[in-house]
Design a binder for this molecule. Structure first.
Ligand code: IMP
Length: 411
């Protein structure tokens, strides 16, 4: 069988969690393939709230098994806390022995580098993501498999501190605390060892007869290669990253669902062509509750950027688009969409210094909030969606009209 894929088409926070939650029950396995606890969403089911950062959203469906695959960087205390929300997850959660560990020195390095960079800071989540991936690429990372032998891991960490002594001292990371690391690693090992497996073999075996949903984190414009570098995260957030992050081949990928909001947001620094610093942007932020679930930072808000969307549809090979948070635009008299960029009067693909956004205005509508039928959408909302489809070059198959599972239109 093949593996379907969910990918964010903007700068993250598109609402992937809701879509995975909606679709997960139709799949036997849900797999996270990149990123770490920089991602995060809260899912509300009845009175119960679940905060998920590392565990795939399939955990909320009793019949779905969940995999944290090799492409992730895992901070054990965050994962242990998440697992505890569900008691234990034996036979429902599998963690790749090849996933890399985030340890306290990665977090300290991330924060120290950001502080030192001052105005040039990336605006990271401060979760140690960049330094952990940097160690992976430098071939000096520690992996989940290392947790199976705590004593050897502590020795490796000690050697890592010794090798980086001058660098760590300069950044103010502090000295190696053997007692603390020994205690921590033994605890992580005790809590997590039973979940650690060769997920690649598991996936190869199971994909013969079972269905898979691959859950991307962050979004296309935060991709290390294809995003707004250097203001990006440190992993491959695009669809192709799913192969690297799981061990699946491109031939295993089935349908690609692209998740996009009806407007745009970005958290952290870096270019954001359609940002609206006026009343409209503020209204979108308030109505869309655009505050980070991980860092609580206020997100920058603006209008739908069709140039970004076109690129994201292309680079990810999107089959179907899920248009999220349409209801946030309810009540706007006019809604703007950036159709393309121009530099000195010429159409360009990538936004550069001096370029401008060219906008088209659409008439607004009264209310879409809570609608569940396509036919009930106001005509202007349908026109808006249809224009986005033409601009993106992809069909919208799901429209979200509110945070609840039920507030969804399947077209
Ligand atoms: P890092 O991933 O913590 O290194 O942060 C790098 C950039 O990615 C920063 O601009 C973060 O705000 C952004 N970022 C990381 N994770 C997310 C996410 O889940 N949603 C939105 N932005 C994110």
């Amino acid at each position: 069988m093949s593996a379907d894929l969910i990918v964010g088409l903007q700068w993250g926070d598109e609402g992937k969690g809701k879509v995975v939650d909606l679709l997960a029950r139709d799949y036997d396995f849900v797999v996270r393939y990149q990123g770490g606890h920089n991602a995060g969403h809260t899912i509300v089911i009845g009175e119960q709230k679940y905060a998920l950062s590392l565990i795939p959203s399939g955990v909320l469906s009793d019949t779905t098994k969940n995999i944290i695959a090799n492409g992730l960087v895992v901070y054990p205390p965050a994962l242990i806390k998440e697992i505890e929300q569900f008691g234990v997850l034996d036979e429902r959660l599998f963690i790749s022995s090849r996933a890399h560990l985030i340890l306290d020195y990665h977090i300290a390095t991330d924060k120290a580098k950001e502080e030192r960079a001052k105005s040039g800071a990336i605006g990271t989540t401060g979760r140690g993501i960049g330094p952990a991936y940097a160690d992976k690429i430098s071939r000096v990372g520690m992996r989940m498999a290392d947790l199976l032998d705590p004593q050897s891991l502590v020795k490796k960490i000690k050697a890592h501190f010794a090798f980086n002594e001058a660098y760590f001292k300069d950044l103010g990371i502090g000295e190696f605390d053997e007692e603390k690391y020994t205690k921590d690693i033994e605890f992580f090992s005790q809590k997590l060892s039973s979940y650690i497996v060769d997920t690649r073999s598991l996936i190869y075996e199971q994909i013969k007869s079972k269905t898979f949903l691959l859950e991307g984190a962050q979004g296309t414009m935060l991709d290390i290669d294809h995003g707004t570098y250097p203001f990006v995260t440190s992993s491959s957030t695009v669809a192709a990253g799913a192969c690297i992050g799981t061990g699946l081949s491109p031939k295993d990928i089935g349908k690609v669902f692209g998740i996009i909001k009806a407007y745009a947001t970005r958290v952290g620094n870096g270019i954001f062509p359609t940002q609206d610093d006026g009343e409209d942007g503020e209204l979108i932020a308030q109505r869309g509750k655009e505050f980070g679930t991980v860092t609580k930072r206020k997100r920058r808000c603006g209008w739908f950027d069709a140039s970004v969307a076109r690129f994201a549809v292309r680079v990810n090979g999107v089959d179907e688009v899920c248009l999220m948070k349409l209801d946030v635009l309810d009540g706007f008299e006019k809604i703007k969409v950036c159709t393309h960029y121009e530099l000195n009067g010429k159409k360009i693909d990538d936004f550069v210094e001096g370029a401008v956004c060219v906008y088209k205005e659409f008439d607004g509508w009264d209310k879409t909030q809570g609608l569940t039928n396509w036919d009930d959408l106001p005509e202007n909302a349908k026109k808006y969606i249809s224009a986005l489809e033409d601009l993106m070059g992809a069909r919208v198959s799901i429209v979200s009209t509110g945070p609840k599972r039920s507030e969804t239109i399947f077209r």
